[in-house]
Design a binder for this molecule. Sequence first.
Ligand SMILES: NC(=O)c1ccc[n+]([C@@H]2O[C@H](COP(=O)([O-])OP(=O)(O)OC[C@H]3O[C@@H](n4cnc5c(N)ncnc54)[C@H](OP(=O)(O)O)[C@@H]3O)[C@@H](O)[C@H]2O)c1
Length: 328
Amino acid sequence: MRHYKLTGKESPRLMRDTFEATPPGAGQIAIDIKAASLNYRDLIIAKRFGDIVPMSDGAGVVTAIGEGVKGFAIGDRVVIGFMPGWVEGAFSPAKKATSLGGPGMDGVLTERLVVAATGAVPIPDAMSFNEAATLPCAGVTAWSALFERRPVQPGETVLLLGTGGVSIFALQLAKMAGARVIMISSSTAKSERARALGADEVINYRTCESWEKEVLRLTGGIGVDLAVDVVGPATLSRTLEATRFDGRISLMGVISGFDGPVNTGAILEKRITLQGIYVGPVAMLRSLVATGIKPQVDQVFGFEDAEAAYEALQGAGHFGKLVIEVAD
Ligand SMILES: NC(=O)c1ccc[n+]([C@@H]2O[C@H](COP(=O)([O-])OP(=O)(O)OC[C@H]3O[C@@H](n4cnc5c(N)ncnc54)[C@H](OP(=O)(O)O)[C@@H]3O)[C@@H](O)[C@H]2O)c1
């Protein structure tokens, strides 16, 4: 069977290779991967880590079942959790260590993957493999950002940054929850697509430098109830300014890096709840599938064109998600 590996330590590259499939052990299932979807994380992993099968998000068909597995049959269509070892309950380092396509853990850019059966979720017939493959990281992260701890309420205003995978899922889910959504984007064409999906207001952050002030204006000077920051240090102080007293911010983005100066005074003076997000458990993926959400698949690449898919992700011209079709 075929898979890709990131090879090399300093600047890993994608190399296609073959491997011998192994049967699933007790409690495991083998899945023939049909589609895999890219996340910004895959760029970070590709720059830093070698010698793994990359990518975390995949969907496919159950082709073998290990001893003791209940609830799955050969031929079942499934999507795999980002962390198959985090089924539900509190987060822990051991659960985080099961993140697919990361340090020490092979991922889904392969024709077959063996995982714990409890890490997979059945998908409905109406959901294609390409659509299902977009859910485990970006979809579940958006779900966590909106609904964990203090869930978004009908009539609340939500701020979303950019039009990538996480933000477009957050747009769709926030609209399902009855919220008003304000987005910022660098692109007029993407802004139009976001409006078509239900965004109430879209600010161009290239032409409107003080977008946080525009968000305040659009909220009558009060600020948004909940902001989802996918960018990180470069935007967090602005996001704080755009968020209301007693509001909340879900922070998961590292587009601008992993550390930097933050207006900590605004966090306490406005009594803002700043919540760190690291994807979410398989139970959330199950809830997300049950919503019947229609993921926004922007572009689909063949298995042979995986490198081109990575280049498209790096180019950031996409709206929503990029998918690699692993098999028909
Ligand atoms: N912690 C977690 O659990 C978790 C999970 C998923 C993702 N993430 C992180 O979340 C971030 C987004 O991931 P993704 O997969 O959704 O990325 P993506 O699909 O590559 O989308 C990135 C988008 O961010 C927007 N953007 C870039 N710079 C911006 C800026 N300065 N201000 C506003 N928007 C900006 C752009 O939108 P426009 O083109 O519209 O301008 C760009 O298309 C990444 O840092 C990723 O690592 C974290």
